[in-house]
Design a protein. Structure first.
Length: 413
């Protein structure tokens, strides 16, 4: 263990996650399923309970609980704005990232027509693919695919120039692969798109738990994520650049607001869930320091990245030494989240995950994780997809060691 890892306040972090007290088959449960949804920090749970205990209400009422609901939403949006370097009025909430993306695609699609084009990525989760494919089919548009190199597990960015043209209306790309962890050069992609006046939609769902995100530095005109991936509740988040947001014409009820960001937030929102968003962001900020929430968030992420990456490197190294394990990962010089996709010779992914759970109390997942295009191109979908393990800042070196021990024993059995 390095000095940096020793200095990370892992005991204090773990105390903030009640789920970590769970045992299974007489062992402390190990949650390595963070890429599918993190555990929830207690301060977020407390905020959800407090909101409901004090009396929830709908908006625009002339009574305290209604005004408090509006303030809760405003507080959450201010925190999200600090998280991404955006403005609070650019932040909208919804059921989840997928639902928001479908709504945004339908709204943008009102202005698209037959012969127009969009670009999507072969490395992406389908939530940042299928909403765009659907509107493209509705409008008779052409879909261009930014290909993935199946040998390097990176996007072939050099082919983007040949895909972009005056008929391109949108580029959709993920910041990080939820399957294999590759972090994409989104800023470079955005620069090329913006040179032609093309907006860029970025799926940041998998990236947000692990690294600091500056919306403007990325060049993201639409930034999408979900709070349940970064220690909070099930609420989808869309951050849309003001100029684009004001032009957006979402499908909505006639009396609903026409101003941003409310016009994208159809129906009554999940107010209690929204109450839990700011505490989840403040958990990240609490690991850092600085004079502002944004500075604390940046500093907190720096600690998280170093800690998680050191644990992930130990895990990657151990798996690389096992002959029957095949790792699906980009080269060492390619930045990655602490997410590992692999397969084990002689085991179906599902059977392996079941044994790790039953024998070692380690919770990992199997499948294509909606990164279906990549799994298809790798030829593994028909045989169960990947085994995926992902680290979070509440995971420990001891849990990594137990994971390694379990894999060694199962591969030798």
């Amino acid at each position: 263990m390095t000095k940096t890892t020793e200095l990370f306040p892992i005991a204090a972090v773990r105390e903030q996650f009640p789920a970590l007290q769970r045992t299974y088959n007489g062992r402390q449960a190990v949650y390595f399923d963070g890429p599918g949804g993190s555990q929830v920090v207690k301060s977020s749970m407390d905020a959800i309970y407090a909101y409901m205990q004090n009396g929830g209400a709908n908006l625009h009422g002339s009574f305290p609980s209604s005004r408090e609901t509006e303030q809760t939403i405003a507080n959450a949006k201010e925190a999200v704005a600090a998280l991404f370097g955006a403005k609070a009025e650019e932040v909208a909430f919804g059921a989840n990232m997928t639902t928001l993306t479908f709504a945004i695609a339908r709204a943008l699609g009102k202005h698209w027509q037959e012969g127009d084009e969009i670009i999507v990525s072969e490395l992406d989760h389908r939530a940042n693919v299928d909403p765009w494919l659907t509107i493209a089919a509705d409008r008779g548009m052409t879909v261009r695919w930014l290909p993935v190199d199946t040998d390097t597990l990176t996007l072939r960015i050099d082919e983007l120039d040949s895909l972009l043209n005056p008929r391109t209306r949108l580029v959709a790309v993920g910041l990080a692969s939820n399957a294999v962890g590759t972090i994409n050069p989104v800023a470079a992609i955005s620069e090329k798109a913006h040179a032609l006046g093309i907006p860029v939609a970025v799926d940041a769902v998998h990236a947000v738990p692990h690294l600091a995100i500056d919306r403007d530095a990325l060049g993201a005109d639409i930034l999408l994520c979900s709070a349940y991936k970064f220690f909070g509740p099930h609420v989808g988040i869309a951050v849309i650049r003001q100029e684009l947001f004001e032009q957006l014409q979402p499908y909505k009820l006639q009396p609903a607001p026409t101003y941003i960001p409310d016009k994208l937030e159809t129906g009554t929102q999940n107010h209690e869930g929204i109450a839990g968003i700011r505490p989840a962001i403040e958990f990240i900020a609490g690991l850092g320091n600085g004079d502002s929430l944004a500075a604390q968030i940046q500093s907190g992420y720096e600690r998280i990245e170093v800690y998680e990456n050191e644990l992930a490197e130990k895990l990657r190294h151990a798996l690389s030494l096992i002959p029957t394990v095949t790792l699906f990962q980009a080269a060492p010089d390619v930045p990655k989240t602490p997410t590992l996709a692999f397969r084990v010779e002689g085991w179906s992914p599902q059977a392996f995950c079941e044994r790790m759970c039953e024998d070692y109390g380690i919770f990992i997942a199997d499948g294509d994780f909606y990164a279906m295009t990549l799994a298809d191109k790798l030829g593994i979908n028909e045989s169960g997809g990947w085994i995926r393990a992902g680290l979070a800042p509440y995971n420990t070196l001891e849990e990594v060691d137990r994971f390694i021990q379990g894999i060694k024993e199962l591969t030798q059995s």
